[in-house]
Design a binder for this molecule. Structure first.
Ligand code: ASP
Length: 465
């Protein structure tokens, strides 16, 4: 017999069917037993007598007949509440031990270490299942939307060279070239610009980014996902309009219970917004108690550089007076290029930040496409000759016909978190790392074996505390 999904039971009254799934709950009424069976499509009540021993969360198969429930027994809270399955045969496929955490609550009350250790159970909770499903739908919508508009999806390397976005790199030792290391990309920034030199004109990727920085509620430790995109022959206005239409349509299609406070999104200059709100990512919701309100905004006209002290961390050098506000590939405003020589702090950058309910959900810019200007920015941020050498490929690429280009990279985890009103990005990710940096379930990082270290030519010395 073919399997029926729970959601289809309602249309099969009086038919014999086969269901497969998990035991969501058991209610033993002496002679008769009620079992709520859950599969990916929903929950349905099953009822039978003299059933084999079964525990909550076991995997079972049930054959039985769909019966209409009498009027007063209809359960309005359940999509299948008008029917129940009369069990003819119940087969236990895999018994479950008692779960180490409840999954019939929203889960916020449970310690995160426990939730992440048993994430595969934690995801059975309806809230987590919903978050992952909604995320998948959003990703699919984005893909289709961009592909319809001539974008090409390209995967870029994970084992690569440093691509600084202002955080520390994760390093991976090379076995074939002893003593050398790959860096995991903090973003695909350089590759996407190289793809513009390559003539793709419109690129996107739902890309993983790796940054070794301290975790916060709105930032997962280690890795996160961005919708990374880049376009050629565009001005900042084109990027703003494209991203704005994409996210408005995404919200209207996939999150139709949400409403956007203001359309078109307000545009705020960095100076004005910092003066008025004391932050460059203001929460512009009209009613902060309304969980369905989405207040998008653009912050523009950032200064190209921020001044930094010796203590600030930047690209490992920590010595330069200026750090890029965004990253070192962001173009100066064309009217301000001469100020690069006279007064760099006054130079405006063609950076744009996408703000949602007080979170920065995306950032991007028009890029430098002139090797001379790029050199100047390298100098201003205090790059040594060696550091410049690390980015020589960009300057070289720019000597072979580079179109003006720019892009943006909205964070997927952060967007889903904000739209769903979740308290942390980890609620929008299947297997995030704990705040302490241990990965869910498998508890990485872990020690390497002596053999592995030897093969890589690595000796571990314990750091003095
Ligand atoms: N690579 C940038 C980031 O990760 C985004 C961009 O400039 O497009 O923030």
């Amino acid at each position: 017999m073919e399997r029926t999904l729970v959601k289809d039971t309602v249309s099969k009254v009086d038919q014999e069917i086969l269901l497969k799934g998990w035991v969501a709950s058991i209610r033993d009424h002496g002679k008769i037993t009620f079992i709520d069976l859950r599969d990916r499509s929903g929950i349905v009540q099953c009822v039978g007598q003299n059933l084999p021993k079964v525990t909550p969360e076991s995997v079972i198969e049930i054959k039985g007949k769909v019966a209409k429930r009498p009027g007063k027994l209809v359960n309005k809270d359940l999509e299948t509440g008008e029917i129940e399955l009369q069990i003819n045969e119940l087969k236990v496929i895999s018994l479950s031990k008692e779960l180490p955490l409840p999954i019939d609550t929203d889960g916020y009350e449970i310690g995160e270490e426990t939730r992440l250790k048993y994430r595969y159970l934690d995801i059975r909770r309806p809230r987590m299942t919903r978050n992952l499903r909604v995320r998948s739908k959003a990703a699919m919508f984005i893909r289709n939307w961009l592909i319809e508009r001539d974008f090409v999806e390209v995967e870029t390397p994970i084992l690569t060279k440093t691509t600084p976005e202002g955080a520390r790199d994760f390093l991976v030792p090379s076995r074939l070239q002893l003593g050398k290391f790959y860096a995991l990309p903090q973003s695909p920034q350089q590759y996407k610009q190289l793809l513009m030199v390559a003539g793709l004109e419109r690129y996107f990727q739902i890309a993983r980014c790796f940054r070794d920085e301290d975790p916060r509620a709105d930032r997962a430790y280690g890795e996160f996902t961005q919708l990374d995109l880049e376009m050629s022959f565009v001005e900042q206005e084109d990027i703003l309009q494209l991203a704005e239409s994409l996210f408005i349509e995404l919200v209207e299609k996939i999150f139709s219970d949400k409403h956007i406070t203001q359309k078109p999104w307000p545009r705020l200059s960095h100076k004005e917004v910092v003066e008025k709100y004391g932050t460059d990512k203001p929460d512009l919701r009209k009613d902060k108690n309304d969980p369905n309100e989405l207040a998008f905004a653009w912050t523009l006209d950032f200064p190209l550089f921020t001044e930094q002290s010796d203590k600030d961390f930047f690209y490992g050098s920590g010595k330069a007076k200026f750090a890029p506000s965004h990253h070192m590939f962001t173009a100066p405003h064309p009217d301000d290029v001469s100020l690069l020589d006279s007064d760099p702090t006054k130079v405006r950058g063609l950076q744009h930040d996408m703000v949602l309910n007080g979170f920065e959900v995306g950032g991007g810019s028009i890029r430098i496409h002139d090797a001379g200007v790029q050199q100047k920015v390298f100098d201003l941020i205090g790059f040594s000759e060696e550091q410049k050498h690390q980015f020589e490929h960009m300057l070289t690429a720019f000597t072979y016909g580079v179109p003006p280009h720019g892009g943006i990279a909205p964070g997927i985890d952060r967007f889903i978190m904000t739209v769903l009103g979740e308290p942390s990005v980890r609620e929008a990710m299947a297997f995030p790392a704990t705040a302490g940096g241990a990965t869910a379930v498998v508890n990485a990082p872990s020690e390497a074996t002596e053999e592995q270290l030897e093969e890589l030519g690595i000796k571990i010395t314990k750091k003095e505390k």
